[in-house]
Design a protein. Structure first.
Length: 229
């Protein structure tokens, strides 16, 4: 999965000389958390809602409301922005972007083309969309997690059983850190006629040195949601 397939390409930006007050208004009106900052068409920084909150006088300070508005109207984005923000290329992978975000403790990445021009913005939400798409959960709720030998052809044996039972394989994810030495843990998501499941379970368990760590069916009909208090 590539960044260019999941990034937002329609973005609001601000000039480095924009006032903090105006940038705050833009964020609030458009319900966004970050704004790329440009100078002469080139990316020079990024400002987040947190940056703007930290730049604003506290409600408990001695500054009166009129003075506060004056200060915010005079303060420029260039004074509060993060310079040299983390950037990646559109052809970098989504997985690499996730590693960078985790390492840098950030929730968004600026995306540049080969000439250094801003072409997109990748957020945590975009990465979640990509992850959901890759796992195939919306197309098939059945998942097996199987410990199997770390040897050529070990996954093929399971795939052959899935084909035998007319299962549609949606995704395969492999991990080596969660299993014993010389083993690997494989998570396979499938779409299958539930009448086939009993025999499929038995045949997977019958494979030598294979162990079903987890089998489950996700209930997607009543997902948790935010509730108004």
């Amino acid at each position: 999965m590539l960044i260019k397939d999941w990034m937002a390409t329609t973005m609001l930006t601000v000039d480095a000389n924009t006032s903090v007050m105006r940038a705050s208004r833009v964020m609030k009106e458009n319900n966004i958390r970050r704004l790329p900052v440009l100078s002469h068409g080139k990316l020079v920084g990024v400002v987040t809602d947190r940056d703007l909150k930290e730049a604003s006088p506290s409600s408990t300070s001695d500054v009166d409301i009129h003075e506060m508005y004056y200060l915010l109207s005079e303060m420029k984005i260039s004074d509060v922005m993060t310079k040299n923000p983390v950037c990646m290329q559109a052809d970098d992978t989504l997985e690499k972007a996730a590693l960078v975000m985790l390492k840098e403790k950030i929730s968004g990445i600026m995306v540049l083309d080969s000439d250094g021009a801003l072409v997109g913005l990748l957020s945590e939400t975009d990465i979640l969309h990509g992850f959901i798409h890759a796992t195939g959960i919306q197309d098939g709720a059945h998942q097996y997690v199987i410990d199997m030998p770390d040897a050529p052809g070990s996954v093929t044996k399971v795939i052959d059983l899935l084909r035998k039972h007319d299962a549609r394989m949606l995704s395969i994810l492999t991990s080596f850190e969660d299993s014993a030495p010389s083993m690997k843990r494989v998570a396979i998501r499938i779409s299958i006629d539930e009448a086939q499941l009993v025999d499929l379970d038995k045949e997977i368990e019958a494979l030598e040195s294979y162990s079903v760590v987890y089998y489950g069916k996700d209930d997607l009909t009543n997902l948790p949601s935010k509730r108004n208090s």
